[in-house]
Design a protein around this ligand. Structure first.
Ligand code: DGL
Length: 276
């Protein structure tokens, strides 16, 4: 099916999921929206996260996407269920795939999750983990300093190391063997996080999320069959050049097509909403 997959995040973090989808599904065109101008979403009230996320979804529907990936844990926790209920295209979040990966990897059934204030307060990971295995012990910690660090481009060096070390201090010695990066910005800090937690397996949800996208596309016969190599479109509410540079230098995503956009107003399109 010659329609793109829509991917959204509060900023550039969702590119960690987009790059995995591009790797696993090279024929699939992508439309990505990063709301960098209003990032971070993590400390915002739920109603604001809901409104901003629906604005991005509305824009994706105007772009004619065949599926939506909410590549933001904070937005997934707030909007996933209602988006699935209201839209007539598949909607994928990043929390359940992260929980599945952790359960697959953990040997001592003791898992920690780090995320934004919003994601941790929602308890969404604990619920997702316990829906798979209620005997898993879960530690949760909000790390609100990580997203600003990533959006400003500081993913290694002494400043990143100090912030990560201090933020993760409450988890030291807790006994978990697996850490879920419950925010799509955090994989960009993965080497620094791993250095702080020797012996712990650090997982991000990108790979498992891409597998879910792939399964759904094939299940619904929505996969792209003809295009040899996909072309992608990237939109940011922030500065296009900065977005482009970070995408290229961190994730090897090279694109000429990055445009700055402005998002507001209630945009969902009736034609692609489920009829009541
Ligand atoms: N990347 C997002 C997440 O996965 C949101 C970060 C933020 O905007 O606070 O939660």
């Amino acid at each position: 099916m010659n329609r793109p997959i829509g991917i959204i995040d509060s900023g550039i973090g969702g590119l960690t999921v987009a790059s995995e989808i591009m790797r696993q599904l090279p024929k699939e065109p992508i439309v990505y929206i990063g709301d960098s101008a209003r990032c971070p979403y993590g400390p915002r009230p739920v109603e604001e996260v809901r409104a901003f996320t629906w604005q991005m979804i509305g824009r994706l529907l105007h772009e004619g996407v065949k599926m939506i990936v909410i590549a933001c844990n904070t937005a997934t926790a707030v909007v996933l269920e209602e988006a699935r209920a209201q839209l007539d295209i598949p909607v994928v979040g990043v929390i359940r795939p992260g929980a599945i990966s952790a359960i697959q990897v953990s040997e001592n059934r003791h898992v920690a999750v780090i995320g934004t204030i919003g994601t941790i307060a929602s308890n969404a990971y604990t619920m997702a983990l316990h829906s798979i295995d209620e005997n898993v012990t879960v530690e949760s910690l909000a790390c609100p300093l990580f997203v600003p660090l990533v959006e400003q481009g500081t993913i290694k060096g002494p400043e990143a190391e100090a912030v990560v070390r201090e933020s993760l201090a409450p988890l030291q010695g807790a006994g978990f063997d697996t850490l879920i990066l419950g925010c799509t910005h955090y994989p960009l800090l993965k080497p620094v996080i791993e250095a702080c937690l020797p012996g712990v397996t650090v997982i991000s949800s990108g790979e498992e999320t891409a597998r879910e996208v792939s399964s759904l596309l094939f299940y619904h016969s929505m996969n792209e069959q003809h295009q040899a190599k996909a072309t992608h479109r990237f939109y940011t509410t922030g500065e296009a050049n900065q977005f482009k540079q970070l995408a290229a230098s961190w994730l090897n995503i090279h694109t000429d097509s990055v445009a700055s956009i402005h998002l507001d107003g209630p945009l969902p399109v009736q034609a692609t909403m489920k009829s009541k």
